[in-house]
Design a protein around this ligand. Structure first.
Ligand code: NAD
Length: 247
């Protein structure tokens, strides 16, 4: 088992790629904390996994929430080895590309939420003797996106560089930090225009593999970076995008 004995927090694990990652981590021997604002859905994911999982309510934009979730994790499972910063909201439901409200809302969840997660997990991971942080960015960190508020691109680019900053700062603490960049996946709960079948079909034409990714394909990349198999990999990024940004 590739994560035997490890304890992980996964933000946004009530749904999509976070839930798939929680299931895979538990299958590979980890104890997982499903942390999400969605209480009902999060509890269902945890119950389906069984004793290796527990749900903790978390709004990633609330720093006190993060402190409480890290404390609850170490209380329940004794330590923290892995943080997956996966929670996020889309920018494609916004009608106004220059909405200031949308800017603040998207940056708060997708960028500040990741900062808070890292800030509160690092002391616990250090206490455990080192570990791994995996941040969910996007190909939108690297190329501009049509149909999406610019804060989505900006927030995911912030995640990409926060990742490299943490990798450099904490390399000698035995803490690795890497980012995963999905391409076109099943739509997010908060997707707007990018969930439209016509827009998806149009975007699919520019993906070399001509198909969307599956949540399990992203979870596999996260698992690798979380595990000791990636022991010399830090500050790095994996694109899980069917070749979308290779062209
Ligand atoms: P999703 O909408 O299915 O899941 C996101 C989860 O984050 C949900 O469970 C949601 O409740 C949670 N969340 C949202 N705001 C939160 C908050 N303030 N506090 C705590 N939890 C919160 O989306 P997904 O497709 O599984 O996306 C997972 C990650 O991958 C996100 O960071 C997203 O930006 C990124 N991503 C998604 C795609 C895609 O096409 N789906 C592509 C590239 C990157």
């Amino acid at each position: 088992m590739r994560l035997a004995g490890k304890v992980a927090i996964i933000s946004g694990a009530a749904s999509g790629m976070g839930a798939a990652t929680a299931r895979l981590f538990a299958h590979e021997g980890a104890k997982v904390v499903i942390a999400d604002v969605l209480e009902h859905e999060g509890r269902q994911v945890a119950e389906a996994i069984g004793v290796a999982a527990r749900f903790e309510k978390l709004d990633v934009t609330d720093e006190d929430n993060w402190a409480a979730v890290v404390a609850a994790t170490t209380r329940a499972f004794g330590k923290l080895d892995v943080l997956v910063n996966n929670a996020g909201i889309s920018g494609s439901a916004e009608q106004d590309f220059y909405s200031t409200d949308a800017w603040h809302r998207i940056m708060a969840v997708n960028a500040t939420g990741v900062f808070f997660g890292i800030k509160h997990a690092i002391p616990a991971i250090k206490h455990a003797g080192g570990g791994s942080i995996v941040n969910l960015s996007s190909i939108a960190a690297i190329i501009g996106s049509e149909h999406v508020h610019m804060a989505y691109n900006a927030s995911k680019a912030a995640v990409r560089l926060m990742t490299k900053s943490v990798a450099v700062q904490h390399a000698t603490d035995g803490i690795r930090c890497n980012s995963v960049h999905p391409g076109i996946m099943p739509p997010m709960r908060t997707s707007g225009r990018t969930a439209d079948p016509a827009i998806r079909a149009e975007r699919m034409r520019v993906i070399p593999m001509r198909r969307p990714g599956r949540v399990e394909e992203v979870a596999n990349a996260i698992l690798f970076l979380a595990s000791d198999e990636a022991s010399y990999i830090t500050g790095s990024e994996i694109h899980v995008d069917g070749g979308a940004i290779a062209i």
